[in-house]
Write a protein that binds this ligand. Structure first.
Ligand SMILES: *[C@@H]1O[C@H](CO)[C@@H](O)[C@H](O)[C@H]1NC(C)=O
Length: 131
């Protein structure tokens, strides 16, 4: 998405509020339902606070190449993560997709246990790219 410079700050704030209210509340993992819950977005990233898609889970709608910080309750808590098909998502330990503290890439179907991969309970932001 592109905004004229004078409107970036205001539009960004409004978009954040709308996104937060539009997100579904955490519910049990059903991988096949990931896409349905974020139909208005380009894709969605499914995250859970425990391994094997358990604990608290959230389906986060995203737009291509638009960085998002994970919301409270998921920031530094994610142990399972995977995007909808067709996306390569950049996971970052720092906020605002800053790669200075480490990063990792995930594609569908994702990682069910980040403690076996990288960055368990450490990621704070993400940005996805179309494959
Ligand atoms: C996840 O599920 C697999 C397969 O059932 C099991 O072997 C593994 O111990 C589970 N991991 C955790 C952390 O519960």
């Amino acid at each position: 998405m592109q905004f004229k410079s004078g409107f970036v700050a205001l539009v960004g704030m409004v978009a954040t509020l709308v996104d937060a209210s539009a997100l579904p509340s955490p519910e049990p993992a059903e991988l096949k339902d990931r896409a349905a819950e974020a139909a208005d977005y380009d894709g969605s990233l499914y995250v859970c606070t425990d391994a094997n898609w358990s604990g608290s889970c959230l389906n986060i709608g995203f737009y291509s190449q638009q960085c998002q910080n994970f919301p409270s309750g998921f920031d530094n808590e994610i142990s399972s993560v995977g995007p909808t098909q067709g996306w390569n998502c950049h996971l970052l330990i720092d906020y605002n997709c800053n790669a200075d503290q480490g990063d990792y890439w995930v594609q569908y179907p994702g990682f069910s246990d980040l403690s076996q991969d990288y960055g368990n309970d450490e990621f704070s932001s993400f940005e996805c790219y179309s494959l």
